[in-house]
Design a protein around this ligand. Structure first.
Ligand code: 1GP
Length: 229
């Protein structure tokens, strides 16, 4: 199974994807079955990751999820220590909106020991943090600033710089728990410019917001906070 091929196929077929994000810090393994019953039936992927995760917690979380669902489990790590072989694939993130070398390349180098003999599918991802109306965990942990939503051209150029450097996914992130999600204008402009799949997350809570993001051009939407409660 090739998880990236499945995602890009969706782009060709116009099928919309929905990833539910599980933060291992907030996840109780024995409740995995009950939790997974409550996620929307349209869910196509489970993302697992967070900004601060205690040791082995990601692994335990992935194992618990995998006993309850056959959906692909993709790591979305805030730190290389969260990488675990128990998942199916890994978003190999570079925080391209920021200028902190730790999240542009250092974390990636640190993760190599874990990855070089691993079967995890690696998906190079351009991760672009956009202002969602409040300080988010990515901002706090990475010590970088999000790009204001008014700077559409900078956002588009950052996404294109990602594609030109060989990233296979563009992820527009307004931050978990954002007050407002990435605007339709930004999604549409980025979508127009790139030829790789577009992932959008942060602050999407309602069905209407989901529909707007899909219509604007998101191939995959990521929702976390909405299902944590
Ligand atoms: C965060 O994009 C995801 O990385 C999801 O954000 O928790 O606001 O849904 P929410």
């Amino acid at each position: 199974r090739n998880y990236y091929a499945e995602i890009s196929q969706a782009l060709t077929n116009g099928k919309k994807l929905l990833a539910i994000l599980i933060d291992p810090d907030k996840f109780i393994e024995v409740e995995a079955a009950a939790y997974l019953k409550k996620i929307p039936k349209e869910t196509t992927h489970i993302f697992v990751g967070g900004s601060t995760v205690e040791k082995f917690k990601t692994e335990k979380t992935v194992k618990a999820i995998k006993t309850e669902t056959n959906l692909p489990v993709i790591l979305f790590p805030g730190d290389y220590s969260q990488i675990t072989e128990t998942a199916d694939a890994l978003l190999f993130l570079s925080l391209l909106s920021g200028r902190n070398p730790e999240y542009l390349i250092e974390q990636q180098v640190k993760s190599v020991e874990k990855l070089k003999h691993s079967k995890l599918e690696i998906i190079p991802t351009a991760y672009i943090l956009i202002d969602g109306g409040k300080e988010c965990a990515v901002q706090r942990v990475s010590g970088t600033k999000p790009i204001p939503q008014s700077q559409v051209e900078t956002i588009v150029n950052t996404a294109l710089a990602g594609e030109f450097s060989g990233k296979k996914l563009i992820y527009l992130e307004a931050g978990s728990g954002a007050i407002f999600p990435v605007s339709e204008e930004i999604i549409a402009e980025v979508k127009k410019a790139i030829s790789i799949p577009l992932v959008v997350g942060g602050g999407i809570r309602s069905f209407e917001q989901q529909e707007k993001a899909y219509k604007a051009g998101a191939d995959m939407i990521v929702m976390g906070t909405q299902f944590e409660n």
